[in-house]
Design a binder for this molecule. Structure first.
Ligand SMILES: [Zn+2]
Length: 179
């Protein structure tokens, strides 16, 4: 049942996937939530290297020539996007909490939340960059775009789903092996 929820997370979400994987990674150092946050932050970039599904944001303004000029338009569409992103993140956090609490107990919530925040943070920092284009955010944005896969799976749902299920299996497999 819980494994089913975890698999579902990988099928339907992006930021939530980062949050869930971040939480799992932070669980490697349960006594050190700050290090956990750092590891989760790093896991974001590793995940971004793997071809995956992305949903589009209605408020996104893309520059096809120079991705560093990408922006976000703060308006009505942005409110809907925020609700979408918020739900996505909350589902990932909740899913990870349910799975990991079933391995241990509910005291895991501290590092689960730290890990979920760390896993999602790089994307949150992109939003900060869009409105505040200063260092170190410029370099981070450049790195984020450089590391991110250029393979888009938008029109290939079966391949996208298979890769994400595979990823979920690998992450959980490694986690269970280590415990
Ligand atoms: Zn990212």
């Amino acid at each position: 049942m819980t494994w089913g929820i975890f698999m579902l997370l990988f099928l339907i979400m992006t930021l939530g996937t980062h949050a869930a994987v971040g939480a799992v990674v932070a669980g490697l150092v349960p006594t050190n939530p700050v290090l956990g946050l750092g590891l989760a932050f790093t896991s974001h970039f590793v995940l971004d290297m793997i071809p995956h599904w992305d949903y589009q944001l209605a408020s996104a303004a893309r520059d096809e020539v120079d991705a560093l000029n990408d922006d976000i338009i703060v308006g009505q569409a942005f409110i809907y996007d925020l609700a979408k992103i918020g739900t996505d993140f909350a589902l990932g956090l909740l899913g990870a909490l349910i799975i990991l609490a079933s391995f241990y107990d509910w005291t895991v919530w501290t590092w689960v939340i730290m890990g979920a925040i760390g896993g999602a943070l790089p994307d949150a920092l992109q939003f900060v960059y869009f409105k505040w284009r200063r260092e170190p955010l410029v370099s981070l944005q450049r790195f984020h775009q450089w590391v991110h896969t250029t393979i888009r799976l938008d029109g290939r749902p079966i391949l996208g789903a298979s890769l994400q299920v595979l990823l979920a299996g690998v992450v959980l497999g490694v986690y269970v092996l280590l415990h």
